[in-house]
Design a protein around this ligand. Structure first.
Ligand SMILES: Cc1cc2nc3c(=O)[nH]c(=O)nc-3n(C[C@H](O)[C@H](O)[C@H](O)COP(=O)(O)OP(=O)(O)OC[C@H]3O[C@@H](n4cnc5c(N)ncnc54)[C@H](O)[C@@H]3O)c2cc1C
Length: 452
């Protein structure tokens, strides 16, 4: 993205402005929300600011899986009931089509390909990790996930290290940064005033309006939307509901003939079922994208701003890569990066209204799955901002969960211990070795243990 020439259409804001809605954050959530508000209330005057550039956050650095929320069905049931979880699952499935239709309609070269998403066991211990989810889905009367035998799961992507899987056929992959930059273009065309390199530094209420303060300007707005994702952990009232950890991603050089040789010929994307998950998919030019979650964390609330740059644990990512794709051991890596993922106590996103400053709404907590779900959260935010009483403002995603994640220094020390325990567990499970009870106990301490 830094290589993209500056088109001069989103200069840093200098001087005070007035608008109906100020959106803070130019990732998928902020841009979808601006577009959704304009669709429902044409003529709304919207100013969108981003501390970096649109797509400078996770929206420009993710793995590009576009998925419904079926694999999170247990978490959806936990925040609502089977009927609401099904309604949200179906809406998230439609969101996949809506995103791809948007890409087509606006001629965005997002390199999308429809293809199944596979939730795979990459060790014996992960077999059946999806069983409760399948039971919950059956109870709700839907069957979006289909089981594969160990052999089918291996052959689908040419790995010797799969031990079974379930697949969701209604998914896609795309180039994430191209999607978010295309959304920026459409938002500009529709009249959204975008100012990049304009960080929000404060919020206050004055004479019935909300003031969003930036280094060289003040934006006076009727409503403010905080679409700042992992940075929302900086907000005191949300800090005990989320933990931010880093995810490493590597991209090989193009090697279509090698993928063909191992038998990976379609757009199947994969996540395995370990907590610090491995994720892998191919690209349109025949590369393999391979990533790993939970590779590091930052102390305090600065986390989201610090987890950028080269991969944090390239050696560990390589070990997993070789375990899954030993035949590709000689393929060079072209690039690698790390980026922050915020995990919510509910494992699903949530939206709400800031208690400390009236007129401010937020959505965050995607827990690693935001490309498709950000479209739903934009609907929730648009309903909250416009004061519409509907299925979005009333949905289970519009409720901020209670959380009790401890503050520093306990949070950092505790999270480090939990991640270290997960690493030990993974190593032992990959070898089929015994896992001590103490390790299992520590591994069970994840953000969901602090939901209140
Ligand atoms: C490595 C990685 C892989 C992932 N893979 C997938 C995947 O394959 N599929 C999937 O569904 N999800 C994936 N995700 C998650 C997904 O990318 C996110 O959930 C999604 O991009 C969130 O969008 P967003 O707009 O809410 O946040 P972001 O894209 O992070 O946007 C937030 C924006 O807020 C801006 N901002 C922050 N603070 C301020 C401030 N004070 N003032 C102004 N602006 C500010 C930032 O600069 C940023 O541009 C992945 C995430 C990562 C990190």
């Amino acid at each position: 993205m830094t290589a993209e020439p500056d088109d001069g259409k989103s200069p840093a804001l200098a001087g005070d402005v007035r608008c109906d809605v100020c959106v803070v954050g130019g990732g998928y959530t902020g841009l979808w929300t601006a577009l959704e508000i304009l669709r429902r209330a044409p003529g709304t005057d919207i100013v969108l600011i981003d501390a970096d550039v649109c797509g400078g956050g996770a929206s420009g650095a993710n793995a590009g899986y576009v998925m419904p929320m079926w694999a999170r069905f247990d978490s959806l049931v936990a925040i609502s009931d089977h009927a609401e979880a099904r309604r949200l699952g179906e809406a998230s499935e439609r969101a996949v089509d809506e995103i791809l239709d948007f890409v087509d309609e606006h001629g965005i070269d997002a390199e999308y390909r429809r293809g199944p998403w596979m939730w795979a066991a990459s060790s014996e211990a992960q077999r059946g990790a999806w069983n409760t989810t399948l039971e919950n889905l059956a109870r709700a009367g839907v069957e979006p996930l289909r089981e594969l035998s160990p052999d089918q799961s291996r052959r689908a992507v040419g790995t010797p290290s799969h031990y079974g899987a379930v697949v969701d056929a209604h998914c896609a992959t795309l180039q994430p940064a191209k999607l978010v930059r295309g959304m920026r273009r459409v938002a500009l065309d529709k009249g959204v005033r975008i100012h990049e390199h304009t960080p929000l530094s404060g919020l206050r209420r004055e004479n019935g309006a909300t003031l969003a303060v930036t280094p060289h300007s003040t934006i006076r707005a009727d409503r403010v939307v905080l679409a700042i994702n992992a940075w929302a952990g900086q907000l005191q009232e949300l800090a005990d509901r989320m933990v931010t950890v880093a995810s490493d991603t590597v991209l090989t050089v193009p090697m279509p003939e090698r993928l063909d040789a191992i038998g990976w010929r379609d757009a199947t994307s994969v996540c395995d079922a370990r907590k610090r998950l491995n994720y892998y998919r191919t690209t349109t030019d025949g590369r393999l994208l391979f990533g790993k979650g939970g590779v590091g964390l930052g102390p305090g609330n600065s986390g989201a701003g610090t987890m950028w740059g080269g991969a944090l644990r390239p050696a560990e990512v390589r070990r997993q890569f070789l375990r899954l794709f030993p035949d590709l051991r000689d393929v060079p890596v072209d690039m690698m990066w790390t980026a922050p993922v915020e995990y919510a106590v509910t494992s699903v996103p949530f939206a709400g209204r800031l208690r400390s400053v009236p007129g401010v709404f937020y959505a965050t907590g995607y827990s690693g799955d935001g490309v498709g779900p950000s479209r739903l959260m934009a609907k929730v935010l648009a309903s909250l901002v416009l004061g519409t009483d509907d299925e979005w403002s009333g949905s289970a995603l519009a409720r901020t969960p209670g959380g009790a994640i401890p503050g520093e220094p306990v949070r950092y020390a505790g999270s480090r211990m939990a991640l270290a325990a997960q690493q030990v567990l993974e190593g032992r499970e990959d070898q089929g070795a015994f896992v001590p009870k103490a390790v299992k106990r520590l591994v069970s301490v994840d953000p969901s243990a602090f939901r209140r």
